[in-house]
Design a binder for this molecule. Structure first.
Ligand SMILES: C[S@@+](CC[C@H](N)C(=O)[O-])C[C@H]1O[C@@H](n2cnc3c(N)ncnc32)[C@H](O)[C@@H]1O
Length: 242
């Protein structure tokens, strides 16, 4: 498990402040409304992390959240106490019910192989009602990936966190890329720690996304949407369950 989702989970809201998700959560809600047939009330989010997106989406939908990390689920429960949370792996979890929509945000990047990607999409399919929609929002496809650096973080008065994020691709011939994080966290006593955390992400061609969604049973589409934080727009994958 990545350090960000375990020993640093308590700093998640400082590393990735909830207000930074407002614009993109509004986009996801609009895309779901654009594609669903019939009522759109219940939504399952797989890999919901600290619940930042969920804190905005809960104004629109009745949410159920699933994440692999109990430490991240604890953060999300604090932020979204009224929402149902489950511990589970998006490749295998079975809640035994269907939802009007299934959403997987950047957590889908943690699928490192085509097999993992297929298993996550099957989970989405099994939890989606007929006429419902699955929305997948990876950070990158292979075609749109470019090495990059960025930084961020915030303070809450007593504590603070800052990071440098460095995404690169050690082997352009394979289907994964790396994001290295240099993180500094300052606790309430003023002591600062410096940590390195490496995340390995799947990096699949667009056609693999579409073919894998179709193999899971969805009518698959890819669309690029305007997003002010991303000048090149955000490519989203949409699966309609027949
Ligand atoms: C970047 S965080 C998601 C943050 C989230 N978008 C938010 O709004 O706070 C990625 C999350 O994916 C989760 N994750 C990684 N692999 C997973 C898996 N196989 N099943 C479920 N969750 C997974 C991690 O535990 C982590 O919480």
């Amino acid at each position: 498990m990545e350090r960000m989702y375990s020993e640093l989970a308590d700093y998640w809201r400082l590393i990735s402040p909830v207000q930074e998700y407002e614009e993109e959560a509004a986009l996801y809600a609009a895309v779901l409304r654009e594609h669903a047939t019939g009522p759109l009330q219940t939504l399952l989010e797989l890999g919901s992390g600290g619940g930042n997106n969920a804190s905005h989406l809960k104004q629109h939908f009745e949410l159920t959240l699933v994440d692999l990390s109990d430490d991240m689920l604890r953060q999300s429960r604090q932020l979204n106490p009224e929402v149902a949370h489950h511990s589970g792996d998006m490749r295998a979890v079975r809640l035994g019910r269907e939802f009007d929509a299934v959403f997987i945000h950047d957590a889908i990047d943690h699928m490192q192989t085509r097999d993992d990607l297929a298993r996550a999409m099957t989970t989405a399919f099994l939890h989606c009602r007929s006429g419902g929609v699955a929305l997948l929002a990876p950070d990158h496809t292979q075609e749109r990936f470019a090495p990059s650096t960025s930084h961020g973080g915030s303070d809450d008065g007593a504590r603070g966190a800052r990071y440098l994020e460095w995404s690169w691709d050690p082997d352009p011939a394979d289907e994964s890329a790396v994001t290295d994080y240099a993180l500094m966290v300052r606790d309430e006593r003023g002591s600062t720690r410096v940590l390195h955390d490496r995340h390995v992400h799947g990096l699949f061609p667009r056609q693999v996304w579409l073919d894998t969604l179709a193999a899971a049973g969805f009518d698959a589409r890819a669309r690029v949407y305007e997003h002010s934080g991303l000048p090149e727009g955000h490519e989203l994958f949409i699966g309609l369950k027949p």
